[in-house]
Every structure is written in C-alpha cells, then in structure tokens.
Design a protein around this ligand. Structure first.
Ligand SMILES: [Zn+2]
Length: 301
C-alpha cells in the first residue's frame, strides 16, 4: 500500500512536471509563430493556425484550430482586424478563459502600435478589408522588435520560472534586428524614394521603414479582386511613374501581375510577409533578408 502511494505520488509529480514544462502557445499567423519560437526556445510549444502561404485575411478555419485553442495557455494575434474574418468564431467555440481579451494569455500584437491609414470614418463599403487601418504592420522590423518584447513579457508572466530565458532571447532578437537594419538600409539606399506597385496594400510599413512609396495596387480596394477597368488604370500609372517592381505574394493571382508586367516592362517580385512562405526564410530576419535581396535585384534591372 505504502509503495503504491509512493508510485502514485511520483507519477503525479511527473505529470505535473511535464504539464508545466512547456507553455502551449497558439498563434494566428506564421510571423508571430516564428518570433515566439525565438523568444520561447525549448520552453514553449508553438502552433500557427494559418499556413505561411495562406492569405491572412481569409484563412480556412479548420475544426482542429478549436482543439488547439482549447488547450492553449497563450494566443498571439494581431488585434487589428487582420484575422477578424475567421478568429472570433473559433474563440467563441473554444471557450478558453485564459485567452479572453485582457487576460495574460491573450497577446494582441497591435497593442501600443500606431496603425497607418486609419480612415476618418469607418466604412467596409465594397469589401474593403482594411476598414480600421492597415493591419500589415509586422513587416516593419522595428515594429517586430516591439512585438517580440510584448511576447517576451507575456511568456514571462505566464511562466515566471523561465522569465530570464525569455528576456535574454528577446534582447538577442532585438540586437540582431538592430545590426541587420544597418545592412538592409544600406542595400536599399540606392532605391530610396522609388515608387512600387503591389497586388495588395500590405507593404506600407515596410515601405515607410526603407523609404519607398508603394502606392499602386492591382486590387481596386484591399481584398477586392482586380477588374479589367482597374488594371487598365494601373498599367497607365506604372508607365507614367516608371515603376519597376510589382510585389505579389504566394496566394495572389500571379498571372494577373505577369500580364501587367508584360504591358509595362515592370518585374514581378515574389514577396511574402510570413517566414517559411519562401525558400530559406525560416526566421523573421531571414525573411527580410530575402525580401531585400529580391527587391534589390528587381530594381537594379
Ligand atoms: Zn490586407
């Protein structure tokens, strides 16, 4: 009897130990997952709901997401309506009190970040998916640093035993970005002030950071597919401003961008905003490296 109680207690201790060993983190998108992985290291288990190659506005909400959310200690999401089309019903079904707005387990990346293009009056007319401001802020490395700090604070609060490790990893991420910013800025310096075109209006924060103007869009409004009439106008704009690059992402209709490119002499640049969407982009820094390299190549020619 005594022996079996000892075994029972040992087993219980082991179970508790295992349960405590890792923070269970769910992210909406792959950029949050990549940064959370760098901050959390071996102390966290991370799942991103959206695939890196999926359109973040229109993610297929699979039933397995509810299961993940139910078991999560922490949810990292944008909080700026990027995931508004698919996240709220999943959270409602999962009913996990740890992830309620304001709880330690709910990280809203946009908290404390000044959104750009916030309209004076809110309107979702004609399917505009950026009705409350542009939600694609993570592609600015300085904003990514702020979000990394936010994630580190949340991890440290939820798991104080490993707080020191989260702080160290966050500092490391910050200093890597700082060093890289010099390099990226230098590579892009010759092209400062140039205008670029994009399929979707999601390069605003990147452009602001590195001194571009991305102001011609294949979509007539964010989230609305290109129409022939609109594309004719776009071709005229690209020609008149001598735009050399059209940025597309894996989930966009590349054929449309190719047509515009062949009518104007611009290059289609395969970009992405999510680590692992392009080859050799496992980390956030590697993603920016690849974007800078691809843009530089397109703008040189
Ligand atoms: Zn968007």
């Amino acid at each position: 009897m005594k022996l079996s109680i000892t075994i029972l207690l040992t087993t219980l201790a082991a179970c508790t130990g295992t349960a405590r060993a890792k923070l269970n983190v769910v992210t909406t998108l792959a950029d949050y997952a990549a940064i959370a992985r760098e901050i959390g290291g071996d102390h966290v288990e991370i799942t991103s709901m959206a695939k890196p190659t999926e359109d973040p506005h229109f993610v297929d909400a699979r039933p397995s997401f509810v299961v993940k959310l139910r078991a999560a200690d922490i949810l990292i999401e944008g909080g700026a309506e990027l995931e508004v089309g698919w996240l709220p019903p999943l959270l409602q079904t999962a009913r996990n009190s740890k992830l309620e707005t304001g709880a330690v387990g709910r990280v809203q990346a946009s908290e404390g970040i000044r959104l750009l293009d916030v309209p004076a009056t809110l309107s979702r007319a004609a399917g505009d998916v950026h009705a409350s401001g542009n939600p694609h802020f993570m592609i600015d490395p300085i904003i990514a640093k702020a979000v990394a700090a936010h994630i580190a604070r949340a991890f440290a609060t939820a798991d104080p035993a490993n707080a020191a490790s989260y702080v160290t990893n966050e500092k490391k991420f910050e200093s890597t970005i700082d060093a890289k910013l010099q390099e990226w800025g230098k590579a892009l310096l010759p092209f400062r002030g140039q205008h670029l075109a994009a399929y979707h209006d999601d390069w605003l924060y990147f452009a602001r950071r590195f001194g571009f103007e991305v102001d011609v869009f294949l979509e007539p409004k964010p989230g609305v597919p290109p129409s022939p009439k609109h594309l004719a106008e776009v071709i005229g704009q690209i020609k008149s401003v001598h735009i050399k690059a059209i940025l597309v992402e894996p989930f966009h209709n590349r054929k449309i961008a190719e047509k515009v490119a062949s009518s104007t002499g611009a290059h289609v640049v395969d970009g992405a905003q999510y680590p692992e969407a392009l080859p050799n982009t496992a980390t956030y820094v590697q993603l920016i490296d690849v974007l800078v390299a691809r843009l530089t190549t397109a703008l040189k020619n």
